[in-house]
Design a binder for this molecule. Sequence first.
Ligand SMILES: Nc1nc2c(ncn2[C@@H]2O[C@H](COP(=O)(O)OP(=O)(O)O)[C@@H](O)[C@H]2O)c(=O)[nH]1
Ligand SMILES: [Mg+2]
Length: 428
Amino acid sequence: MGVTGTGKSSFIADCIGKPVDDQMIGHGLRSRKLHTNAPLILAYSTPGTGRVAVYTLKYNDHTVRLIDTPGFDDTSLSDTDVLTAVAQCFHETYSVDIKLSGIIYIHRISDPRMTGNALKNLEMFKKMCGEESLECVVLATTMWDSVAQRLGNAREEELVSEPLFWGSMKLLGSMVERLSGDKGTEARHNSAMNIVQKIVLKKKKIVLDIQREMVDDHKPLAETSAGQELDKGLREAKLKHQKELKSIQDSMKKADAKTRSLLEDHEKHYQEKLTRLDKDQEILNMSIAEMYKQKEEQLREIIQMKKDQEHQAQQLEARIKRRESELESQYHNQKQAFEKERSEMKASTKAQQEKILQQDANMAKKLQKLENEHAQELRELRAQAQMSQLNNAPASGSAGGALGSFILPMVMVAMIAGGMGGLGGLGS
Ligand SMILES: Nc1nc2c(ncn2[C@@H]2O[C@H](COP(=O)(O)OP(=O)(O)O)[C@@H](O)[C@H]2O)c(=O)[nH]1
Ligand SMILES: [Mg+2]
């Protein structure tokens, strides 16, 4: 435990040897193992408020559970949120007979002085523990690397000698230790485990005052000693803010328009603070049962929200599926129509091609026939000419040959001049 930013989560990381990851923290009273070698984590949390997480590690033959808590004096959480989350964790564990072995309260040695808030929180811590548990409390200091050794020693001395600080706790048995070594080193791990060992070696189980009051005496948080301490602070803060608000409102009555608008901002600021304090007091006055009821309602709202989101997602998915099947059938129909058109076109092209080939073959046949006839006619003509040449040729000698070749043109001329009839006479 301790104020925010003192190094509580880092201390746990030093012990387990790996960073404490918020993402690894589960919600509610469930536990889950995230991946092998990861610490088993239990978490108690109130949505929108503080989160308490439990990390498990093995130490010699012991199973050590380290509970990380949100710190008091946080910028985003009110001390009421923090006390509520921590109290719920203590209530739940003690209700099922899980007892604490000790508490490590962490403080920055680099802090120049104990502020009013730090002192108030320390007072609340003491009330939460009760005197009997103090012998199992380790008051540990961090950030020794951020302070000169002599200055650190002097501050530690002041802490343990001043009864209002750690003095009275030390007298009642609380141990004072330093967390030394550089971040991530073996020395740092050993120093952190040395603090854990102080508690393990005590071999004690403690019941905090706040646990006894809430579980055994059924008191609402506001009626426990720690709750009353916090309530005292809330009431003081409320009175202070009410006074400030009244003084602002008085000034507004006399102010000109420009100043009034400035004061209005201040008025709003204090009104918001007072509303928050009222809410804190309301939470503090709830019984633990009411707190659980509220937590349950918040969880139910979250579950309903998740269900609505799931329903919307399902509807969207169904719409997408419908559209998909529409598109699929549209595509299918269009594809079929195109394929039909294509095969019809192919068939008609084939018929045309066949027709053209047939026509071409016919033409070729006709041409062949013509060529044959022509060749036949030529052959016949040549045969006739040869025949006529033979008939008119002299019996022998070269003179006859020369005459033959002379006579044929003459015959042709005679054929043209005398017409076919003359030819017939000549040929016969
Ligand atoms: N210099 C220095 N920084 C530290 C030391 N211990 C923790 N821190 C740093 O202090 C910051 C707050 O630590 P964290 O563990 O988140 O504090 P928590 O709010 O108490 O849990 C982180 O940036 C840590 O790295 C320390 O011994 N020395
Ligand atoms: Mg932390």
